[in-house]
Every structure is written in C-alpha cells, then in structure tokens.
Design a binder for this molecule. Sequence first.
Ligand SMILES: Cc1cc2nc3c(=O)[nH]c(=O)nc-3n(C[C@H](O)[C@H](O)[C@H](O)COP(=O)(O)OP(=O)(O)OC[C@H]3O[C@@H](n4cnc5c(N)ncnc54)[C@H](O)[C@@H]3O)c2cc1C
Length: 292
Amino acid sequence: MNIQDYLVPHHVDECLAMLNAWGGRGRLVAGGTDLVASLEYGKAQAEALIDISAMEDLMGFEIQDHELVVRAGSTHRQVSAAPRIRQLWPALSKACGSVGSPQIRNVATLAGNVVNAQPAADAAVALVALGARAEILSSGGRRLEAVENLYGGLGQSRIDSSREILVALRVPVPDAGEVNVYGRVSPRNSLCLPIVNAALSLKTAGGTVLSGRIAMGPVSDRPFRPERAEAALQGVALKDRAALSEVGRIAGEEANPRDSCLRGCSDYRRQLLTVLIRTLLEDAAAQTAEEA
Ligand SMILES: Cc1cc2nc3c(=O)[nH]c(=O)nc-3n(C[C@H](O)[C@H](O)[C@H](O)COP(=O)(O)OP(=O)(O)OC[C@H]3O[C@@H](n4cnc5c(N)ncnc54)[C@H](O)[C@@H]3O)c2cc1C
C-alpha cells in the first residue's frame, strides 16, 4: 500500500473535484471492508483514498417516483433494519441482513457490495433479481445502468471508482401481486460467505406467475440469471409443487458453480440451488396467499 493522502469530501461536487485532481490515481472508499484488504494484498492500487462516508448527499433512502432510492452511503444495517424496506423488498432486507456480521454491516455499504463485483455478493444478487438500476456520476455527467450490466468479469466492475461515483441504487416499487424473496445456504449465519444464494422477484395474478426474475450466486463470474428457469416460471400455478420443483431443477442445471474446497463440489452446490430455488418459490407462494 502506498497511500499518500486520505481525503474526506462533504458533497458530491467536492468529491468529483478530488477524483479529477488525482487523475485516476485516487480511489473512493466507503466502509473499506473490501477495499482495504484488496489494497493490503496488492489486488487494488491507489495513491489517495477519498472517503465518502461523511457525505450528507449520499446518506439515507426514500421512495421517489415509484422507486426506492438507496443513496450510496447507506449501510447494510440501515437497509436491513428499515421497516418499509422489510415490508416491500424483503429480498433486499434479508440479503443485507446476511452480509458478514453486525460489525461489518454497520460500516459496509450496498454500493460497495455492487462495485466490488463479486458473484456471491448478497445485496447485489438481490438487487439484480429486483431489477435495480445504479445512478452514476462523473465529470462527464450522469448515467443510469441496470445493476446486472455493471459486471465486466470476476471482481471487475464497469464503474471506475477512480473517476466515477455510484450515487444511488434505484429499485422499482413492487406493484400489486409482485413478491420478492431471498435465501442463502452457508455453514453458519455470521462471517461466512454463501455456498449458494439466490433471490426471486415474481409478478403474479390469481396464484399464477406472470413473469419472474431469478438471480443466483456464486455460480458464474457475476450474479447469474438462469434464462430457461425464468421462462419456465411463466404461467406456473404457485400451488403446483411439481412445477416449482421443475423450475428449481432447471435453474440448478443452468448454474455453473465451481468445485471449491471452501464451498463444496460443483454437483453438491447445484443440488443445493435446486432445493433453494424451489424453497424460495414456496416462500413466494406463501406470501401471495397471505396477501390474497
Ligand atoms: C469479514 C468480512 C465478511 C464479509 N462477509 C460478506 C458476506 O457475507 N456477503 C457479502 O456480500 N459480502 C461480504 N463481505 C464483503 C463486504 O463487506 C461487502 O462487499 C461490502 O458491501 C462492501 O462495502 P464497503 O462500503 O465496505 O466497500 P469498500 O470496501 O469501501 O469499497 C469496495 C469497492 O467499491 C468502490 N466503491 C465504494 N463505494 C463506491 C461508490 N459510491 N462509487 C463508486 N465506487 C465505490 C471502492 O473503490 C472499492 O473498489 C465481507 C467482508 C468482510 C471483511
């Protein structure tokens, strides 16, 4: 690590000016739970760190124009503890609540979870299933990108944290009949990366799935959407357990988990996914039954 300066901007314009002044050699840091280790092990480089955790214009979340706007300073704890988010986006709430440990969740941000671009990232998997978009600012202007399009390979984000700021994540408000769920399988609840995780967001009417988005990790170089399983969801009756099992089977077949000495062999993880997706579909079915 060869950090020459540590800067603390108070608003977005000041932060962009700092990034520009360092000409690509400065880098944003939020909670630091990923970046500091990457710098230490030489996996990331920076000459200046620009700490965005005190920026008032990156704090908090609100519902605006039929979207939940989660600003980039929001931590996993803040998001998982918000009653409105738990009610409307249980997938996001639960995913954020399963990251790391209370200490990690107190400082680590959703934005960092997305930009770090790991396929197992719990909140990112939920955001992909929910069809979230990222709002990104640079000196060149503002752009909006689907979260699922921000991946350029394992650990490679299309957001350049030495020149751009992810200012907010925007999650559509579910319409009537829409449900979302999240689950993960890991050897213990805290301080443990998932063997597999998944989130589902379904549009339903009268107990039948109209369409659905599924995101799974870590079974690819990014949060992965199984296209055939999503297609198989269309028209499925949520009380048809055989059909739900079949969607789980197809999702498992499409996944490509690696053999891992930490996470288990590929076949085992594929089997887990099959069961996880079926179980999540059953949870979604129970949610729609409660709402009916
Ligand atoms: C012990 C431990 C356990 C963990 N367990 C889990 C787990 O169970 N599940 C999980 O998903 N993750 C886990 N993590 C990973 C980590 O906590 C998350 O990915 C976290 O959300 C990263 O957020 P951060 O604010 O700490 O990001 P940082 O480390 O500050 O930054 C990460 C990357 O994002 C960039 N960045 C940050 N904010 C912005 C922004 N607004 N705009 C542009 N670029 C930005 C940084 O430059 C850096 O490249 C764990 C980490 C540790 C240390």
